[in-house]
Ligand binder design. Sequence first.
Ligand code: SAH
Length: 350
Amino acid sequence: MEKKDLKSMMYDEVLEEMAQIGLPSFRGKQIYSWLHEKLVPEFEQMSNLSKKLREQLEDTYICESLKPIEVLTSEIDGTQKYLFQLSDGNVIESVLMRYKHGNSVCISSQVGCRMGCRFCASTIGGLTRNLRASEMLDQIYRIQAMTGERVSNVVVMGTGEPMDNYDNLLRFIHMLTDEHGLNISQRNITVSTCGIVPRMYELAEEKLQITLALSLHGSNQEKRKSLMPIANKYSITEVIQACRNYFEKTGRRITFEYSLVGGVNDTEEDVRELCSLVKDVNCHINLIPVNPIKERDFKQSDKKVILNFKNKLEKCGINVTIRREMGRDINGACGQLRKSYMDRAKGEEA
Ligand code: SAH
């Protein structure tokens, strides 16, 4: 019989499951707490359970625990990038960013990605598989356990398209914000999407207090299409309408992410179009100087161009920030560390 993934089960499901194997409810509570509060990586360490019970759990369930195989620390800002191995041998990456307001972890939602955005390293090898809730949670759990520092913010902005793994994403959010687990506030969670419109409407109906970030990157349909294949499926008008709906249903302001690519989407015309596109949306724009990857020849916009872009947006009355580049010296951009690891592994095989 295939072992069940106990760490992907919600609180009530764990109690139910444990009742079915004949355990009193306090045992189920203890086990949930070991997994999601005390963050132990294996059943063996659940020291208030009998040896017999620990062995029984071991025989029946998986205690998903990611193995750190590389940790890089930025000398510039203390950002840490983690390369984790999953139990099937796949590798994913996560990032810990230390801000004044607390620690933020950026997690991956899939192994690889099938969205094909032109400037992104995560999509180059395509999609391997979705991550389960336990594998998303454990990125945060391992980082908190290894550093001994509390994680207060989580952004789902690593490798993968979270809306392409929707059911596991929702399960993950419910468990991360559960009072029996890390109890992270919904308001401290951001989910970033390339714009899968039907899922954005579904998410709005969940009435969560999480922030939705939309990767916009283009100020009109043509530009967006040239950078993001998903725009062939859902037009820019539909995507913006889905953002408006998200705000109406949840009261949560939308974040637009706009990666500035030198000479591609950073002109005067782009900023004018962008202003009129979003000016009646309750939003915040996050400008990201594109992080050049070696597989593509995109370049960062000049510093002056970036500042001018920001000023023009502000003049339109739009709330805007330039994303600080965290961990530039450690393959900071999405998917770069995993990609370089896989290239190295291939090199060793050859
Ligand atoms: N699939 C989701 C989340 C992952 S990417 C999404 O598309 O939103 C997180 C953000 O980083 C997205 O806005 C993405 O477009 C952006 N990004 C990816 N590679 C980048 C790069 N090399 N430079 C700048 N931004 C990049």
